[in-house]
Every structure is written in C-alpha cells, then in structure tokens.
Design a protein around this ligand. Structure first.
Ligand SMILES: Nc1ncnc2c1ncn2[C@@H]1O[C@H](COP(=O)(O)OP(=O)(O)OP(=O)(O)O)[C@@H](O)[C@H]1O
Ligand SMILES: [Mg+2]
Length: 416
C-alpha cells in the first residue's frame, strides 16, 4: 500500500513538473512567434518589444542584438555599394551591364553621353544601341560563353567613332559588362599612316621602273667593265621594287578590301603555277617538295590575293629551310579548305610567334638581311586570310621546322 502510494505521488509530481515546463515552453514559443512577425513587418529597422519573463525575455534581447548587428552591416554595405556606383559612374570609358536576356541593368554617365538621354535601366540593349555591329558582338559573346570562355574583345564602330570593346561575363549573377574604350584618334593616325605609305609607294614605283629599265640597258652594254657593280645595282633595285610592291599590296589590303574581286577560285589552279616559280630554287637547295592537293578545293575569293598568299608562305618555307622538305597541302575539311605549308627548316622561337604577322617584324635581323627579307610577307598573308574570313595558325619549334595552317570557309553560292 505504502509502495503504491509512493508511485502515485511520484507520478503526480512528474505530471505537475511536465505541465509547468510545457506552459513555460509554449509561452516562449508564442513570444518567439510574436518577435518574428514583428521583424517581418518592420524589417531590420524595427525595435522589438521587451518580452517579460525567463527564456522569452532572454531571446528577445538576443534578437534585438542580432537585428542591431544586421542593421549596421546593412548600412555599411549600402554605403559601399553607393561608393562603388559613384566610382563606376565616374569612369571615363563608357560601360554598361546587361542581364542574361540582354536587358540593361546598369550604365555609367559616359555611356549615357555616348548613347543619349533616353537610355533606361530595364531596356533591351538593342533599344539603346541600334547599330547591328553590337548585336553581332553580343551574339558572338553568347557563343563564347556557351564554350565556357567569359571574355571577348573587339574593335567596333558606334556612332561614327571607333571603340575597343571588352565584354566580361559574371557567372554567379549571369550578368555581362561591356567597357568601350574610344580608339578613334589611334584609328585616324593608322589611317593617315596607311594613306602616306600607299601614296609614297605609288609615287616610288615610277622612278624605280625607270631605273630598272636603264640598268637593263647598262647590262647589255659590252663596253662596261665593272659588271659586278651593275649586278649589285640591279639586285638592290629589284629588292626595292619588291618592297614597294609589298607595301602597296599591304596598304590596299588594310584600306578596307574594297579592291578585292571575289569569284569562284579552284585552289588547284592557283597553287600549281606558284609551285613552278619555286621549282628551281628548291632543286638548287636539294630540298624535297611534297605536294598534296585534294579535290573539291574551290572557295570564293580574290585570285590574285590567294596567289600572293601561297607565294609568301612557300617563299618563307624555301628561304628558311636548308635541308629536308617543304610540304604544301590543300584539302577540304568539312565546311572549310585547309591550306598547310610545312617545312623542316630553322623554325621560329616561341617568343616571336605571336609577332611575326606584324608589319616589318623579322625574327632575326641578320637572318632576314641574308635572305633579303623585309618582314612584310606574313602581314600580307594575315590580311589576305582575314579578307577571306579565315584563320591562321602557326606551329613551330626552332631547329625542327614550321607549319602554317590556314582555314578558309567554303561559301556556297546559295549563301551569296
Ligand atoms: N617558314 C619559316 N621558317 C622560319 N622562319 C620563318 C618562316 N616564315 C617566317 N619566318 C620568320 O618570320 C619573319 C617574318 O616573315 P615575313 O615573311 O613576314 O618576312 P620576311 O620573310 O623576312 O620578308 P619578306 O617576306 O617581306 O620578304 C621572318 O623574318 C622569319 O624570320
Ligand atoms: Mg617572307
């Protein structure tokens, strides 16, 4: 009996304790619910009511501390954002940010000055920049992003000015920003330089042709004793004529290609006569000539310029190779024609490889002088490749040889 009485008493004590605890807990939960509603209503700026008693009161104080901390972080973050926005808006180069659908998210003062006052956040970029060149650029950037490349850089003409435009993609936000650097003065100087070179080389051709004519007369004159002098004058005049012709070709190519005459060209008809020009020299040097020309190598292009392309590449391959072979390959690869000119010559050191397509760039002055090189050949080649919407790649190791690979897209007549 006594035992049962003890059990009942303990149970009663337990239930009483449980009841008191549950009551206290539900009071705390109710207080918590009230506090969170208040935060939701007032945001981080609100003041929480002091909840009376025990746990709930402690929690409300903790909540208030937390809110104060968030509030002060929030204020300093907003100030930082304002500061950055001000810095960006004062950057002199125009810039703007687009979301992944091409809507304007942000632009700076310079961009507004460039585009006009009607520009608004939320507009699509094509409502602000009406030039199709930017739309093409945007689409190209989209393709690059799909290939996991985030950056793009190109020269674009907008509002009759030239800009060096850089685009970057921010993967976390899906936004892109574009910076426009005005390079109009540089482009103008380049144009003046080109005009100058073009006019000068044109003017030089007449006296040089006259000199060449008279040298040939002197050559056939038996009374001249110092024949070697005549030979030197002849060789140097020919070199000058070649240089002037190269300069003229290059400045015309750089002018905007308006002089190009596009037609259907079967590259087999272009390569074969060019190879004939080099047969003797290849034989004299004891080199092997490997030729591999496939069928179906027709492209739309400028016959004369394509001939120049082969002449310059094969001339280099033969000139800079003392033993081994020169290989010329032309073949169809999917929608392009591949032109490959390979040699087993002296090769080009890595550090020069990105620069040899520049005007007058020679790897080694003594090497080029020995070969009468002026460093114009490859810049002509590069312009001709660009004229045909192609790409050019170089693989080379010193002492082993060089390989120039050019891809030119085949444009079917229906596309034209
Ligand atoms: N196949 C090659 N092998 C080794 N070096 C080469 C080859 N092709 C070009 N080069 C190097 O690149 C430089 C630039 O070539 P490029 O054809 O522009 O000029 P060049 O041959 O010196 O003169 P030009 O072609 O105007 O007569 C050359 O000076 C040469 O050193
Ligand atoms: Mg050359």
């Amino acid at each position: 009996m006594f035992f049962i009485g003890c059990v009942l008493f303990s149970l009663a004590g337990f239930f009483l304790a449980f009841f008191l605890f549950a009551k206290k807990a539900s009071k705390t939960l109710l207080a918590l619910d009230r506090l969170s509603r208040k935060i939701a209503e007032d945001g981080v700026g609100g003041i929480l009511p002091i909840v009376e008693g025990g746990e709930a009161s402690k929690i409300s104080v903790e909540f208030q501390h937390m809110l104060d901390k968030i509030r002060s972080d929030f204020v300093s973050l907003s100030e930082k954002i304002k500061e950055y926005e001000m810095i960006v808006s004062k950057i002199l180069d125009p810039l703007f940010v687009l979301d992944d659908e091409g809507r304007i998210v942000f632009f700076n003062d310079s961009f507004r000055s460039l585009i006009g006052n009607n520009i608004r956040v939320g507009q699509y970029y094509w409502e602000a920049i009406r030039e199709p060149t930017f739309a093409e650029f945007f689409n190209e950037h989209t393709s690059r992003i799909k290939e996991n490349k985030t950056e793009i850089r190109k020269e674009l003409k907008l509002k009759s000015k030239y800009f060096d435009v850089t685009g970057s993609f921010v993967r976390v936000t899906g936004e892109r920003f574009y910076i426009f650097r005005d390079v109009t003065p540089l482009v103008e100087v380049e144009r003046m330089k080109r005009d100058f070179i073009s006019n000068l080389s044109h003017e030089l051709r007449t006296p040089l042709s006259a000199m060449k004519g008279f040298i040939e007369t002197l050559e056939s004159d038996d009374s001249i004793k110092e024949r070697s002098y005549v030979e030197i004058i002849k060789r140097n005049t020919e070199r000058l004529i070649r240089m002037v012709n190269d300069l003229l070709t290059l400045s015309r190519l750089e002018e905007g290609y308006s002089l190009a005459e596009f037609e259907e060209v079967d590259l087999r008809d272009v390569v074969e006569p060019v190879l004939k020009l080099f047969e003797r020299k290849i034989q004299e040097k004891g080199l092997d000539l490997i030729v591999d020309i496939g069928e179906d190598v027709k492209i739309r292009g400028d016959r004369f310029q394509l001939e120049q392309l082969f002449i310059n590449l094969i001339d280099n391959a033969v000139k800079y190779t003392e033993k081994g072979y020169v290989k010329v390959q032309v073949k169809r690869e999917n929608d392009s024609v591949l032109i490959n000119v390979e040699d087993s010559g002296i090769g080009i050191p890595e550090k020069h490889q990105s620069r040899i397509f520049e005007r007058f760039y020679v790897v080694d002055k003594s090497r080029s002088k020995r070969h009468d090189g002026t460093g114009l050949g490859l810049s002509i080649v590069k312009h001709i490749v660009m004229l045909h919407n192609g790409t050019i790649k170089l693989r080379s190791s010193p002492g082993e040889g060089s390989e120039f690979s050019i891809y030119i897209p085949v444009i079917t007549s229906t596309k034209n």
